[in-house]
Design a protein around this ligand. Structure first.
Ligand SMILES: [Mn+2]
Length: 188
């Protein structure tokens, strides 16, 4: 399972490569804290993730974060294909000192991000851009994610969230047999 997606607009140029077999990861979006979060996701999900983005950071981080989410979501959708054999569901609770995130994933084919609790602005990743990232990623990947965050330190809150999402995503996308996990017979 692998996919490469490129997206070019007047605001952002981004290339995403996702590979469920190769574990190499490297993220360069020009937004250091966002890179740290995405590399943490790749590391804990146990997937290969190469992202190179060049966006209009002179405006703000919004377009770059949004377009990375669109490209990464499309790459996930492409890489998972007909979703045959994957477990489909996964969940995780990940604490990080004062903070904790509970996350559930359903690779349902329907994109929906269900956010609970709260999150604070971290350095070059605002709370609203954090939520916008996951919402955009879920809609483009066709995955349903529930995420609840509690905590005090903004860095810890976001990092526990990316790690919880990584572990839940890893479990949900693991190949366990040859079946499509739906009574409809399809997860497209
Ligand atoms: Mn950290």
């Amino acid at each position: 399972m692998r996919a490469v997606v490129e997206r070019r607009t007047k605001e952002v140029e981004v290339k995403v490569k996702i590979d469920f077999e190769d574990k190499e990861y490297s993220v360069d979006t020009g937004i250091p804290f966002f890179d740290h979060m995405l590399e943490s996701f790749a590391k804990h999900a146990g997937i290969g993730l190469i992202i190179k983005a060049k966006g209009d950071l002179d405006v703000d981080e919004h377009h770059t974060i949004e377009d990375v989410a669109i490209a990464m979501g499309n790459a996930i959708r492409k890489a998972l294909g007909n979703k045959k054999g994957i477990r489909r569901f996964g969940d995780a609770i990940v604490p990080m000192d004062d903070s904790v995130t509970m996350c559930g994933v359903d690779v349902s084919g329907r994109g929906f991000f269900n956010f609970d609790g709260g999150v604070k602005d971290a350095k070059n990743l605002s709370a609203e851009n954090f939520i916008h990232f996951f919402d955009t990623l879920c809609r483009n990947a066709g995955i349903n994610v529930y995420m609840s965050i509690k905590g005090k330190n903004a860095h810890h809150m976001m990092e526990s969230a990316f790690k919880a999402f990584a572990l839940a995503f890893k479990e949900a996308t693991e190949i366990v047999d040859g079946e499509v996990k739906s009574t409809k017979g399809t997860l497209d």
